[in-house]
Write a protein that binds this ligand. Structure first.
Ligand SMILES: Nc1nc2c(ncn2[C@@H]2O[C@H](COP(=O)(O)OP(=O)(O)OP(=O)(O)O)[C@@H](O)[C@H]2O)c(=O)[nH]1
Length: 198
């Protein structure tokens, strides 16, 4: 598949505001600064669709993007940012839980992690949560251009083991700088959308 159109639809600040069921959703989650906005922009080939920033923790809303007029890519607030208050962290938790438990249309999650690093405790918590809720997922290993091409398979293997995933197909190395991995993510999206009855 190709992404022919992508537009921002709306943002939500609290779970009760989530829209009525309408279209299938694929969520995008990850630690703050992992490259979530760059992933969304890279996939949709729109430079400014999701705001990218150098300053961690800017994405604190649930943002809905409509792709191909057919499904939503749902940008979840980044986690693991250190410089926020306890109240803010609690609000984040409520948002996340509200979305993940409440969304009847969620079909898959792209869980973003930096290819260069071991998963953080927050990454592991997120993964545990996704597993408990039985949400199908793919781990996207971002910033793949930052490791030598020859080392990418090694990092994929290492993270597969650290995350206790059953196979390499559960992880897709990706670079928003070079477009590496984009085709595989598109193929995964197509699989998800075509296998989901709606
Ligand atoms: N080299 C390289 N840099 C990247 C890549 N993806 C993101 N970055 C850089 O990493 C930084 C963070 O990227 P963002 O896309 O803003 O990250 P985010 O996860 O949306 O961050 P928050 O808004 O804090 O949640 C920026 O400086 C990006 O330019 C990538 O694939 N390769």
């Amino acid at each position: 598949m190709e992404i022919k159109s992508a537009s921002f639809v709306t943002s939500y600040a609290k779970p009760g505001d989530f829209p009525a069921p309408a279209l299938m959703e694929i969520a995008v989650a990850g630690k703050s600064n992992v490259g979530k906005s760059s992933f969304i922009n890279g996939m949709t080939r729109q430079k400014k669709l999701a705001k990218t920033s150098q300053k961690p923790g800017k994405t604190r809303l649930v943002n809905y993007f409509l792709l191909n007029g057919a499904f939503y890519l749902v940008d979840l607030p980044g986690y693991g940012f250190a410089q926020v208050s306890k109240a803010e962290k609690e609000r984040w938790g409520e948002m996340m839980e509200g979305y993940l438990k409440g969304s009847e249309n969620l079909r898959h999650m792209f869980l973003l992690m930096d290819i260069r690093h071991s998963p953080t405790r927050d990454d592991e918590t997120m993964l545990r949560y996704v597993r408990i809720l039985n949400i199908p997922f793919t781990v996207i290993l971002t910033k793949a251009d930052k490791v030598a091409k020859s080392k990418v398979p090694m990092r994929v293997n290492a993270l597969m083991k650290e995350l206790v995933l059953p196979g390499r197909e559960w992880l897709i190395p990706f670079s928003s700088e070079t477009g590496f991995g984009r085709d595989r993510v598109l193929a995964r999206m197509e699989e998800v959308l075509s296998s989901s009855s709606f």
